[in-house]
Write a protein of this length. Structure first.
Length: 94
């Protein structure tokens, strides 16, 4: 339960508040919030990989390395997919 409390929402909210206090405009805050949302799938993949590796008695830093590698790969795939669909015209029901 502590992982849920300490993990994503707290860090993200503190970051948004920090940006606001530093004079961040609304556009900057919304861009940051959207970026945080886009990072959720890759972060979930990373944490699942780390969990599985540790469950199989993998060394901590190796598990983190595997997780970070999959996190980067997931972000790369996500970026490729987004760029692909941005280039294609939207054709619903054609």
């Amino acid at each position: 339960m502590g992982g849920i409390i300490a993990n994503f929402p707290l860090v993200t909210l503190l970051s948004i508040i920090w940006l606001f206090v530093q004079g961040g405009k609304t556009a900057t805050l919304t861009k940051f919030a959207l970026g945080a949302v886009w990072g959720i799938p890759a972060t979930v993949v990373m944490l699942v990989i780390i969990y599985i590796a540790l469950k199989h008695s993998c060394y901590l830093f190796a598990a983190i390395g595997f997780g970070l590698a999959r996190w980067g790969l997931c972000l790369l795939i996500q970026e490729i997919v987004v760029r692909y669909f941005k280039r294609r015209p939207a054709r619903l029901f054609s």
